[in-house]
Design a protein around this ligand. Structure first.
Ligand code: SF4
Ligand code: FES
Length: 247
């Protein structure tokens, strides 16, 4: 017999003058293989067309459907309702991002600003800037390491799960550090350890991380956050020592 689920959903439209945040309950019969994303689509189609939430791929690839489900940030399209024994499922928007409305937040704006601030693009070495050589070989080991870090879908879960990022919005956060690690590992990038030190060698970067592991515990792509942050910390500490010896 299928369960009758209650979805307790955060509702608030900041564009509507006079609107106030509230939790609203919706009832829905559970179907086999139902994800939170499927449930939200049905609620919007069958009960409340004003419900705001985001999705694109429905396959854990675009990162748009991230939200807080029963207290944990994760992807709605990869979360089966059957995983919860309680019939009440609470849905909240990701904290730490600009709220668009209900469960929809502006992670795109956050990621764009982060990319501009940390200069998250390849800075090619001078001899590699020749547009007539579009392809260049890369060692398989290096390619595998870069591929691993490229799996980030920019969902924002690690930012929402990080106490430091929630307390200090200048903190680079795990997603920023994973992306810096990606370019630091890339042998085609012209930036030196000193250049990266100026970007993340502060309390807003690797030295501000309190190792609470919220990023690694919740990342839906199982990215190796702590391994990469530890790697960057060692690199930045080495750079700091080298700078101290010179001065
Ligand atoms: S590192 Fe993981 S949790 Fe953070 S934005 Fe990328 S995929 Fe999402
Ligand atoms: S809809 Fe794309 S990750 Fe969920």
């Amino acid at each position: 017999m299928s369960r009758n689920l209650t979805f307790r959903i955060f509702r608030y439209d900041p564009q509507q003058p006079g609107d106030a945040p509230k939790m609203v309950d919706y009832q829905l019969n559970e179907t086999p293989g139902m994800t939170v994303f499927i449930a939200l689509n049905r609620l919007r189609a069958e009960q409340d067309p004003s419900l705001q939430f985001d999705f694109v791929c429905r396959a854990g690839i675009c990162g748009s459907c991230a939200m807080v489900i029963n207290g944990f940030p994760t992807l709605a399209c990869r979360t089966l309702t059957a995983k919860y024994s309680d019939v009440v499922i609470t849905l909240m928007p990701l904290p730490g991002f600009e709220l668009i409305g209900d469960l929809s937040v502006n992670t795109g704006k956050f990621m764009r600003e982060l990319a501009e601030r940390l200069k998250l693009w390849l800075h090619p070495k001078a001899q590699q800037a020749d547009i007539h050589h579009l392809e260049q070989p890369m060692e398989p080991d290096e390619a595998a390491k870069l591929y691993e870090l490229e799996r980030c879908v920019e969902c924002g879960v690690c930012v929402s799960a990080c106490a430091t990022a929630q307390m200090r919005d200048t903190f680079v956060g795990a997603v920023g550090m994973m992306k810096i690690a990606r370019f630091e590992l890339d042998s085609r990038d012209a930036r030196t350890a000193d250049d990266f030190y100026h970007v993340i060698g502060t309390q807003d970067g690797v030295f501000g991380c309190m190792t609470l592991l919220g990023c690694q515990d919740n990342c839906p792509k199982d990215l190796p956050h702590m391994q990469q942050i530890a790697y960057l910390r060692r690199k930045m500490a080495g750079t700091l020592i080298a700078k101290a010896k010179v001065s």
